[in-house]
Design a protein around this ligand. Structure first.
Ligand SMILES: [Zn+2]
Length: 347
């Protein structure tokens, strides 16, 4: 008889109680600082490392929940497109890859479209799902962006696209490249209506996505540390035969070089985008959200910006500066101009 195992162990157990197995999925590790992160706390900080502020990937569902007012939105289905037009096969058949991703993500393709309000302003968001084949842009994604743009125009809403993508979907060959001009035309539709088109650049925004709709926004907002670029770092270094700076192709580097208008931490995104939308859309009295008079005046305001042609970007930048300056109480300022008496009374 093994005295240690059969007598001592049960007795100790009876004193300290049966030790439950600790589930090993309670913790994860920050890829940047190697800090241990408790899942519950990580979820509360919206997948931002609470040791070093590294912004990890956020699921599309959580992203939309974070951005829309009260997390409420209506999902818009992706239009149907022909699957696997080229009958492509590498190690696996493309149709099989598609099916696997569809099962994994419970989505039809790498884009999710939602409609709701941000800061009280009607908004359509088209967000990429990196978990679906690296957020690659094929026919379905291109068609989805056209659909989102159409929806924004029909409902007089702002359009926000959130890329998180490796670029074109190789399995669709030429057809995936065709989505680059298509998405440009789609977002132009929104701009022509004088509605704001905002791009929220998340990690990573690369390849054909960054070479099309993602870089033509009225305003470019980026998450801290996001990789944003076209070709990879090594390819560029080999081509230009120069060593590139450490922070090359990061959100902060692009901000310094004028490609991005602002870098906003995840927990401030909802408020910041709300402020920007209110400045761009809410040119009349408060409470008149994107309807009637308001939409017309916002059209005029934006049309002026568009007519300025080359100066368009600087025009939007001037607006952003204003956004920072008045970010605290934009609505009240508008009121103050129209109704000086009541504003004074309120003060
Ligand atoms: Zn960290």
């Amino acid at each position: 008889m093994n005295w240690l195992n059969n007598v001592i162990r049960p007795r100790i157990r009876s004193i300290v109680g049966e030790q439950k197995d600790v589930p090993d999925n309670l913790w994860s590790k920050c890829p940047k600082c190697d800090g241990m992160l408790f899942h519950k706390e990580l979820k509360a900080s919206r997948n931002v490392c609470y040791h070093c502020n590294y912004h990890m990937a956020l699921s599309v569902k959580d992203r939309l929940h974070l951005l829309f007012d009260e997390g409420a939105y209506t999902k818009i289905d992706l239009p149907k497109v022909p699957h696997d037009p080229l009958k492509f096969k590498d190690q696996k058949k493309y149709v099989d890859r598609l099916k696997a991703s569809q099962t994994k993500t419970n989505e039809k393709d790498a884009l999710v479209i939602g409609k709701g309000t941000i800061g009280g302003q009607n908004t359509v968001i088209a967000a990429f799902n990196f978990a679906f084949m690296g957020g690659s842009m094929g026919t379905a994604v291109g068609e989805g962006i056209v659909r989102a743009a159409q929806e924004a125009v029909d409902a007089n809403s702002a359009l926000i696209v959130i890329p998180s993508s490796g670029g074109a979907r190789m399995q669709e060959g030429m057809l995936s490249l065709m989505q680059m001009p298509r998405t440009i035309i789609a977002v132009d539709m929104v701009k022509e209506q004088g509605l704001p088109y905002i791009v929220l650049l998340t990690n990573p925004t690369t390849g054909g996505v960054s070479a099309s709709f993602a870089m033509v926004g009225d305003i470019h907002i980026a998450e801290p540390g996001a990789t944003i670029g076209f070709a990879g770092r090594r390819v560029i270094e080999e081509t230009v035969r120069e060593t590139l700076p450490e922070d090359f192709q990061t959100a902060e580097y692009l901000l310094e070089h004028g490609m991005v208008d602002m870098v906003v931490p995840r927990d401030e995104l909802h408020e910041k985008i709300g402020t920007v939308l209110n400045l761009l859309m809410n040119t009349s009295a408060k409470g008149d959200n994107g309807k009637g008079k308001n939409s017309k005046s916002s059209k005029n305001a934006n049309a002026k910006g568009n007519k300025a042609g080359g100066a368009k970007t600087s025009g939007t930048k001037a607006k952003i500066k204003t956004a920072k300056d008045v970010s605290k109480k934009p609505a009240n300022e508008g009121k103050a101009k129209e109704q000086p008496k009541s504003a004074k009374a309120a003060q």
